[in-house]
Ligand binder design. Structure first.
Ligand SMILES: [Zn+2]
Length: 587
């Protein structure tokens, strides 16, 4: 007997066999059972999700000798005819290649005639969105007055291209991408039927590669089975798919957490000498980090690539340790690298540079920077700051640098003047906390009043975006930075359109002790020299050094105005963030 592919051999013959579309199957079975069958259905959804299969099962359900029945027998003459594609009264039309008015006119003529052998005629129009406008108009006439013996199933992957007039004539069903677990379960059933030994992890990897389409998953399974003599293992599947092992991807994330560049080189050497495809590795790594990004934003990843509870915990720990800002940046770095890869003839070098950038400390990425010296100057001995401890849920192989503690600017009463004068330090502190996006945003805020532990931050009307971002997303971060700097809890209150003249006026009513009026680092007298303080503390000779904190990597002198595109860049970064969350919503 000739070889039959799994997708044909295991094509659903009953409603309950259609994988992952229970919401459709249940409704259709009820409709058949109660005799309330519509004359026109629209099946919308991605390819390979069971639209045509369901339409054929519906045809059987209507025409089975036992029918109409929600459970067609599968053995009667008519069920067999549909199964073998010989049923004269089940007419499948590929609208992509029959999209003109003539074909639909012909259909209209034939619809009138009674079925040749079955109880009713079922027309299945695949890719119906491909029809021309005239053809749609002709079809509409038929759908408006369908003969009693005719039923239509319009299938489409792009329902938005189907005219509203047609949609309003149809009962619509949305077919969903098949969840990995469901697809893997269906593959396991095939494996049992075929007597194929297969690892669950291998089937899960195949299901994932099917990307929501059962048909694709089945084809890949076909390929894998053809490739291997023995059992279907994850290793075999990865070889056939050319996929990077999840372990390698997780290793890169671990190196990022540990900021371990040397081992990054070793990993690249290993991967390249194993003959892995650099483009594939970058694509897989992008997906992996994107999943970590989702986890860090409390969203479900597209896949838990590491198997078992242990694997999940490892991904969660990585996501938590890296945080959304760094992961977002990593995904951007990879996206750029993938672009460059197309025109590069040195993929291995590009991979090395990319992995180096990913594994570098975030603030070190653009250029070698001083904070590296901070940790050398103040090793582990120092007690971590209040924001220091909860970051790392799993012990990374290389201990990341702890956030060096800082000397609060003022231990005494906080004043408006102190807040205004040290506003640049707040930016510096946020940067140091790794909160890059908010660093540039907070620059547009001006402390305009302070009382009872609450500072009112004014934003000009031009900076509504900034104001909302701080209020809705970054309030806790800014308050943490204030607490670290001023040594006490300070709440912020963001107001749009309320701004005072920018420069902090020294002669303004002072409600504060004189401690902060002197811009020079007053505490150096009583505190031991602190490397960080020296870096960020205001210096009378360079009054803008802190405002320039976010430009610290640029060699420009501090008086250079901030680049005008910075805000835009930050806004774009945040848009990307929102975008990634919207994607979650869609799925
Ligand atoms: Zn039957």
């Amino acid at each position: 007997m000739s070889y039959v592919s799994f997708s044909l051999k295991y094509r659903p013959q009953r409603f309950e066999h259609v994988v992952g579309q229970e919401h459709v199957s249940r409704t259709l079975m009820n409709a058949v059972r109660t005799g309330r069958i519509h004359h026109a259905y629209l099946f919308s959804g991605p390819r390979g999700t069971g639209k045509t299969s369901t339409a054929r099962v519906l045809a059987k359900a209507l025409n089975c000798v036992n029918g109409p029945t929600p459970e067609p027998c599968g053995v009667c003459e008519f069920c067999q005819a549909v199964q073998n594609g010989r049923a004269m009264d089940v007419i499948e039309i590929d609208a992509a290649s029959n999209r003109g008015i003539d074909e639909i006119r012909e259909l209209r003529e034939k619809v009138k005639y009674s079925p040749a052998e079955a109880r009713c005629k079922v027309y299945i129009l695949d890719e119906v969105h491909m029809l021309t406008t005239e053809a749609f108009n002709a079809l509409l006439k038929t759908l408006e007055e369908p003969p009693a013996h005719s039923f239509f199933v319009l299938a489409t992957t792009e329902s938005h291209r189907v005219p509203a007039t047609i949609l309003s004539r149809c009962q619509r069903f949305d077919f969903r991408p098949i969840p990995v677990a469901k697809a893997a379960e269906a593959l396991a059933m095939i494996a049992r039927e075929e007597g194929i030994e297969a690892e669950p992890a291998a089937l899960e990897a195949i299901a994932r590669a099917g990307e929501g389409a059962m048909r694709d998953a089945e084809s890949i399974f076909d390929q894998v089975v053809a490739y291997t003599e023995g059992a279907v293992t994850l290793e075999v599947v990865n070889t056939v798919l050319g996929v990077t092992e999840a372990e390698t991807l997780a290793e890169v994330a671990d190196l990022m957490v540990g900021e371990n560049v040397p081992d990054g080189f070793a990993l690249v050497d290993r991967v390249v000498s194993a003959g892995k495809d650099v483009a594939q590795l970058m694509a897989d790594l992008t997906l992996y980090l994107r999943d970590l990004l989702r986890i860090s934003l409390n969203s479900e990843p597209s896949a838990w690539r590491l198997s078992g509870d242990e694997g999940r915990e490892r991904m969660v720990a990585q996501a938590r340790a890296l945080g959304p800002d760094r992961l977002l940046e990593a995904v951007r770095v990879l996206a750029t690298a993938q672009n460059e890869l197309r025109s590069s003839n040195q993929p291995a070098l590009l991979l090395e540079l990319t992995v180096t950038r990913l594994c570098q400390a975030p603030e070190a990425a653009p250029a070698p920077r001083r904070p590296a010296q901070v940790s050398q100057a103040r090793p582990q001995a120092a007690t971590p700051g209040p924001a220091g401890q909860p970051l790392h849920a799993a012990p990374p192989r290389h201990q990341p640098r702890p956030m060096p503690p800082i000397q609060p600017i003022s231990q005494g009463e906080v004043s408006l003047q102190a807040l205004q004068e040290h506003w640049g330090d707040v930016q510096g502190e946020l940067k140091r906390m790794g909160k890059m996006p908010v660093t540039a945003i907070i620059k547009e805020a001006i402390p305009i009043s302070y009382a009872d532990g609450v500072v009112v931050l004014g934003f000009s009307d031009r900076h509504a975006f900034h104001c909302n971002q701080v209020r809705d997303k970054y309030k806790a971060d800014v308050e943490m930075a204030l607490q670290r700097l001023f040594g006490q809890a300070i709440t912020i209150d963001c107001r749009l359109g309320e701004v005072l003249p920018q420069a902090p006026a020294p002669d303004q009513p002072v409600q504060a002790p004189p401690v902060a009026t002197e811009p020079a680092p007053v505490e150096t007298a009583e505190a031991p020299p602190d490397v960080y303080e020296q870096e960020y503390a205001p210096d009378p000779t360079e009054p803008q050094v802190n405002q320039a904190a976010e430009q610290i990597c640029s060699p420009e002198p501090a008086e250079a105005p901030p680049p005008p595109t910075l805000d835009q860049a930050v806004a774009n970064t945040l848009m990307l963030f929102e975008g990634s969350q919207e994607i979650d919503g869609d799925e």
